[in-house]
Write a protein that binds this ligand. Sequence first.
Ligand code: NAD
Length: 266
Amino acid sequence: MHISLDKQVALVTGASSGLGYACAKGLAAAGASVVINYNSQAEPAEKLAAEIRQQGGQAIAVQGDVSSQDDVNHLIAQAVENFGGLDILVANSGLQKDAPIGEMTLQEWQKVIDVNLTGQFLTAQAALLQFRKQKGQRQVSRATGKIIHVSSVHQVIPWAGHVNYAASKGGVDLLMRSIAQEVGEEQIRVNSIAPGAIATAINAENTEGDAAKKLLELIPYGRIGAAEDVANAVVWLASDLSDYVHGTTLFIDGGMTLYPEFRGNG
Ligand code: NAD
């Protein structure tokens, strides 16, 4: 089965590293023109954009902080200016600022909520306003537009020492489902993906060496995920092959959410 995103335009936030980088690459390989957003790491984002262009695709790297409404509007404007519209948003940017609850500062709480939750709201809102503006003008997909939120298994698994992160991802779940309920009749398709343990910069200390062995106990499928595992699912969710998938979260976690501690009869 071949997935084509030909003539479609995608914005991927936080795409200078990890899952966002792999998603931008995967969407471009499927034929989409891609706006590669980065916050602070210009070099890998510019390099990826150049690589995609060399291979005959279309891509630009654009700086922007997803917790700033002006920056988010600028990202959408760049998609429209350079590629003529927007069809796919992958709201991927996220970070962790971990601390036990008694020691977590207001700044650590606020920063994670600003990027992981407010950033998801701002990018989704700006994308859907653009989808509405261009409705009927782009015959590139069955849907008027597609929003893919990047959540986490921690939208359902509580996470001691990470209350800001878990709260932000729990928030993403109801944000996604409420938007999906609200805009579905406009044929705007809204879903989340929830990765488990995928080896990237955000969790390097847990996915390498002895820590990796411990982590594997939490993964029934028996391996740590790769960024491409997530990118493949995102490409499918962005395509018409998943046109009837709306308001749902796709867990990409090797079974981490299956309560593996109960494998031995609890
Ligand atoms: P990562 O650190 O490589 O990527 C996060 C990206 O977000 C970075 O490129 C960073 O620059 C960007 N970012 C941070 N603050 C930003 C801001 N204010 N504006 C714009 N971009 C900003 O880690 P990753 O693993 O690729 O994480 C990507 C997403 O996947 C995050 O939302 C994360 O919570 C989620 N996730 C990752 C895993 C995993 O195992 N790697 C598991 C569950 C969820």
